[in-house]
Design a protein around this ligand. Structure first.
Ligand code: DX5
Ligand code: ZN
Length: 233
């Protein structure tokens, strides 16, 4: 299993299933099944009940599943103060750490801290945050995460209005010959994936569409990967 995001190409369609939609009582089994089904990495949604109006899980859960999985841990911190917790997440086994531009800490300090600890860096923007706010930080990051729902809950509907921004970010990555990945998160399924890839996203986060697919996880991932032909590069 590849645990360094930089070893993947940013013109490759990758699937990062979010365990937020998994069965928490059988988490280790669900994770083994999703790896077997073809997941490229595992998306871990950390929520603090402050940055977002929901609480999910944190360091102890990540530490516990680390011993059960070789997948790249793609950690999405929806927390107000990432700076003071990054070390704990990195030590628990987070290979990649994405934080929100809208958090209360200085983005440059957060980026430097993540790098210092040897993890790859992602920066995430909420649906209303425009391209111009994140632009200058893109070259410093291994991934940009565009939220296609308001962060906080799984199972919401895809917001098509983020597609213009997604395209602006991809155009910037291409024009500047950057290796930065472009991830999209929220409401991604067999239908919406096409819009996401056509706008330049290459890493699809999907919770409900993978863990609750009526034909199982393998079919779910296959369905998402079908959109590879539509990649906008
Ligand atoms: C939302 C989370 C997402 C969410 C995606 O705040 O960041 O990762 O789990 O769930 P679905 O795929 O169900 O929209
Ligand atoms: Zn997420």
């Amino acid at each position: 299993m590849q645990k360094d995001l930089r070893k993947f190409c940013n013109n490759q369609l990758l699937v990062s299933p979010s365990i937020l939609a998994a069965d928490f009582a059988n988490l280790a089994d669900n994770i083994a099944e999703v790896a077997q089904a073809g997941a490229d990495m595992l998306h871990l949604d950390v929520m603090d009940g402050h940055f977002v109006p929901n609480i999910s899980f944190g360091v102890p859960v990540i530490k516990a599943i680390r011993s059960k999985s070789d997948l790249l841990f793609d950690t999405h911190l929806m927390i107000s103060h990432p700076l003071q917790y990054i070390e704990a997440f990195a030590k628990a086994g987070a290979d990649h750490i994405t934080f929100h531009l809208e958090c209360d800490d200085d983005p440059i300090a957060v980026i430097n801290k993540i790098r210092e600890l040897g993890a790859t860096v992602g920066i995430s923007v909420k649906p209303a945050t425009p391209f111009k706010k994140v632009k200058d930080l893109i070259p410093l990051c291994d991934m940009v995460l565009v939220m296609s729902v308001e962060p906080g809950f799984g199972g919401q509907s895809f917001m098509h209005e983020v597609l213009g921004k997604t395209k602006e970010i991809r155009d910037y990555i291409t024009a500047n010959k950057l290796a930065t990945h472009l991830q999209i998160d929220g409401g991604i399924d067999g239908n919406t994936v096409e819009y996401a890839v056509k706008s330049g996203a290459n890493i699809m986060v999907a919770g409900t569409a993978v863990f609750k697919h009526k034909l199982g996880m393998k079919e779910a991932i296959k369905e998402l990967k079908c959109a590879e032909k539509d990649l906008y590069l």
